[in-house]
Design a protein around this ligand. Structure first.
Ligand SMILES: NC(=O)c1ccc[n+]([C@@H]2O[C@H](COP(=O)([O-])OP(=O)(O)OC[C@H]3O[C@@H](n4cnc5c(N)ncnc54)[C@H](OP(=O)(O)O)[C@@H]3O)[C@@H](O)[C@H]2O)c1
Length: 315
């Protein structure tokens, strides 16, 4: 495993981290048992993955509860990142959200507490100030952001130093590159989420694929009829490179995001032991410049032709 510093902090995080939204009813994972989910989390630690990312919103607390179970006896091995519950903007509500997370996670501190989405109506500075109070109380080590744009990031930083911003970044979602650069220049770490485009870049899905009710892919833009054929052109390029290196398409897509400038860690969701093993190994080889350029061309073409959505799940 490769490790990077998380922003200006002294924390060292693995270049690939474990996304824990999979341990909820948002993905097909619900067909697995608690033991299966805990086994995936424990395997990730054996593989050198030390950052786990969860949220109160993943399965309405279910993911945090599962993470809490997997953490028993292993707390010190994990950089634990979770988020503030949606709509909990005031310092009082931020603390209420944090206390509920601590209970579910069965721990007495959170390493990185992120504001999940910025508010469009309330002052985000108030929420950051709420996290700052929790750092003072010892419940949280670092304040952080998720899905904040540049001006929101700058404003947040004026209230309290934030250690990272969690942003979507994949070959089929490069809109935030200027923001990522800005974060890097401000020594704010970037945690890149959905590097597989929720699975579209793995080569496993086509126009005939269906997902069970409740699976987030039913709303994800890459799986919509007007977008999928364009996204699958990128997947085809990914598959070509995978064949050349004898790796899987998922490993190519993760490797591409991980080697971009300013990326502290790539948050990948794994639904099985096999996936987590592949994903951990995705940063243990290097693509040559020609292949990186080839992927960039496919990505640029997609970005130029695909409809622009505000989020990956835009209505
Ligand atoms: N901050 C935010 O707003 C935000 C938003 C989204 C995600 N996230 C975080 O980012 C994490 C990852 O994002 P994501 O789950 O949206 O997307 P992702 O990591 O791009 O895709 C994950 C899905 O890809 C498939 N997959 C994973 N590894 C694979 C492999 N080696 N081979 C084949 N298929 C593979 C699995 O699908 P199956 O389950 O069908 O097997 C898995 O559920 C989440 O768990 C969460 O922690 C944060």
């Amino acid at each position: 495993m490769r490790y990077n510093k998380l922003g200006w902090s002294g924390i060292t995080v693995s270049a690939v981290s474990l996304g824990c939204a999979q341990f909820s009813n948002q993905f097909t994972m619900t067909q697995k048992t608690e033991e299966d989910m805990i086994a995936i989390m424990h395997r990730s630690l054996d593989l050198g993955i030390n950052l786990w990312d969860t949220a109160p919103g993943y399965g309405n607390g279910y993911s945090e509860t599962m993470v809490g179970k997997a953490l028993r006896g292993r707390r010190t091995q994990v950089v634990l990142a979770t988020k503030v519950q949606y709509h909990h903007w005031t310092p009082e509500l931020v603390e209420e959200s944090c206390d509920a997370s601590l209970k579910r996670l069965d721990t007495d501190y959170i390493d990185v507490l992120q504001v999940h989405w910025p508010s469009r109506t309330e002052a985000n500075e108030m929420t950051i100030a709420g996290i700052a109070l929790l750092v003072k109380k010892g419940k949280v080590r670092y304040a952080a952001l998720s899905n904040f744009n540049q001006s929101q990031t700058d404003l947040a930083g004026c209230v309290y130093p934030v250690v990272s911003n969690q942003l979507p970044y994949a070959l089929v979602w490069c809109y935030d590159e200027p923001l990522i650069r800005h974060c890097g220049e401000c020594s704010i770490g970037v945690l890149a989420y959905s590097p597989l485009g929720e699975g579209i870049l793995t080569g496993r899905y086509d126009e005939t694929s269906t997902f069970p009710p409740g699976d987030v892919r039913n709303h994800c833009v890459f799986f919509r009829p007007q977008v999928m054929p364009l996204a699958l052109k990128v997947t085809a390029a990914v598959k070509c490179i995978a064949t050349k290196y004898g790796v899987t398409p998922a490993q190519v897509a993760i490797n591409w995001t991980a080697q971009q400038p300013h990326i502290s860690s790539v948050i990948v969701g794994s639904s099985s032991i096999q996936q987590v093993e592949q994903n951990a190994a995705a940063v243990q080889w290097a693509m040559d410049d020609t292949d990186i350029a080839l992927l960039k061309t496919a990505s640029d073409e997609y970005m130029a032709t695909a409809p622009r959505f505000e989020t990956m799940w835009d209505e």
